[in-house]
Design a binder for this molecule. Structure first.
Ligand SMILES: *[C@@H]1O[C@H](CO)[C@@H](O)[C@H](O)[C@H]1NC(C)=O
Ligand SMILES: *[C@@H]1O[C@H](CO)[C@@H](O)[C@H](O)[C@H]1NC(C)=O
Ligand SMILES: *[C@@H]1O[C@H](CO)[C@@H](O)[C@H](O)[C@H]1NC(C)=O
Ligand SMILES: *[C@@H]1O[C@H](CO)[C@@H](O)[C@H](O)[C@H]1NC(C)=O
Length: 391
């Protein structure tokens, strides 16, 4: 190739002051400036384990589908392999959502461990190296969902999940959970006495995730860190100012690390304490609005209480199937979204069906309309500036 071919490129790089950038940036970085930003004017569409209503959970396919369908955030659970590699996987055992049972070479790996006060038996991810985990294939958790993708997709690592978000054609946030930290820290040891939480934060920092909620850095690469374990959230508060969400389980389940009851952690006193560390809570929706005989009861004051402490509320999990829809919604998931968004007034929703939530929000609170609103406000401002200049 002629030398002259290089010169303009070099000049261009110097002129635009991008010398620090690689000559051939990754596709994901190429059009960074043109990427559609994260919408922040309406409640967040959080793709729970990807579009797992359609595709096996926490696989690259499920996340890509969620991005295609309009997710604001793709959600995942972080666990560890035996050799300390952080992976995206929900259960501590591989039994329910992989084909591990068909792998004769692993038949002797079945174990029983105490996890959160219960003896659990199965094939644990912490007894498999990443290389071994990669030989497994993920399958649908629920028999009534599409089974045709079973056996097609591998477990992915935290790193691969981050790459999916960063390569998205618009800004898509991540929403990883520090999953079962008490158990993981018992089972897996990292060099230099590092804890699971340290490795978790290191991975986010490696890929440039930083900044407090709504900061410039955060808007470039949005992330929420979630956990049911308050100790983990407090522990990492020294290491990252990324926004954190405190997950809250059913009313009968104490916290896994501090053994506190539901009532204690939803008290005003506790919310006043935890708000120094988190920007919101992630409660199970049936605790926000209790259910009896599959009918909604009077909503609790949890959302009002959280909002009074300036905490966001991101309940889980919204699912389209009749099995999960309370009778009040007449088997219509849009009615459920209408109720939670416009009556209860939550700030984000974990959904198994990102496409449905996105459609609902586009119909009722479209991004285009907001753009138009912003644009017309800007035009008015310009017009008034010109008018005053003329005058
Ligand atoms: C789990 O099993 C062990 C061994 O059988 C037993 O000692 C322990 O009490 C069990 N733990 C629970 C929580 O049931
Ligand atoms: C944060 O770091 C300081 C100084 O290293 C330490 O004293 C403090 O206990 C840490 N806080 C938490 C919550 O880990
Ligand atoms: C957790 O708290 C409950 C209720 O206070 C108590 O009965 C139980 O023994 C505690 N469990 C642990 C592991 O401390
Ligand atoms: C914005 O408003 C114009 C004029 O009212 C309309 O024609 C256009 O379709 C709107 N754009 C969007 C994205 O809603």
């Amino acid at each position: 190739m002629a030398l002259t071919g290089y010169v303009p490129l070099l000049v261009l790089i110097l002129i635009t002051g991008c010398a620090a950038r690689p000559l051939y940036p990754l596709p994901s970085k190429l059009n960074e400036k043109n990427r559609l930003p994260l919408q922040t004017f309406r409640p967040y569409n959080i793709a729970h384990r990807g579009s797992n209503g359609e595709l096996p959970e926490e696989t690259s396919a499920a996340y890509l589908r969620a991005i295609e369908e309009g997710a604001d955030f793709i959600e995942t659970d972080i666990l560890s392999s035996k050799d300390g590699v952080l992976i995206c996987f929900h259960d501590v055992t591989l039994d329910d959502t992989t084909d591990v049972a068909e792998h004769k070479e692993f038949a002797n790996r079945k174990r029983t461990y105490e996890v959160q006060g219960e003896n659990v038996t199965g094939f644990f991810s912490v007894d498999f190296t990443l290389k071994e985990l990669k030989t497994l294939r993920v399958k649908q958790r629920y028999s009534f969902r599409d089974q045709q993708y079973n056996g097609k997709f591998p477990i992915i690592t935290f790193e691969e999940y981050i790459a999916i978000a960063l390569d998205a054609p618009r800004v898509v946030g991540i929403y990883p959970e520090i999953k079962n930290p008490v158990f993981i820290n018992q089972q897996v040891k990292w060099p230099h006495g590092k804890r699971f939480e340290d490795k978790f934060v290191e991975m986010l920092q490696k890929y440039g995730y930083k900044g407090s909620y709504m900061s410039e850095d955060w808007l470039k690469q949005p992330a929420f860190i979630q956990s049911f374990a308050p100790t983990s959230l407090v522990y990492i508060s020294n290491q990252t100012d990324l926004p954190k969400i405190f997950l809250i389980d059913d009313v009968t389940i104490p916290t896994q690390d501090t053994n506190q009851s539901y009532w204690e952690i939803t008290s005003d006193a506790y919310l006043a304490y935890i708000k120094d560390y988190v920007v919101g809570i992630g409660p199970w929706k049936d605790t926000v609005v209790p259910v009896k005989n599959n009918y909604l009861q009077t909503p609790t004051d949890l959302v009002a209480k959280a909002h009074a402490h300036n905490l966001q509320v991101h309940p889980y999990t919204y699912r389209n199937e009749n099995l999960f829809l309370h009778f009040n919604f007449h088997q219509d998931p849009y009615q459920e979204y209408e109720y939670w968004l416009n009556y209860i007034g939550v700030d984000g929703l974990f959904t198994d069906f990102t496409g449905s939530l996105h459609d609902f929000q586009q119909w009722t609170s479209p991004t285009g309309a907001k753009d138009n609103e912003t644009a017309s406000k800007l035009l008015h401002k310009i017009a008034s500036l010109i008018a005053s200049y003329k005058g």
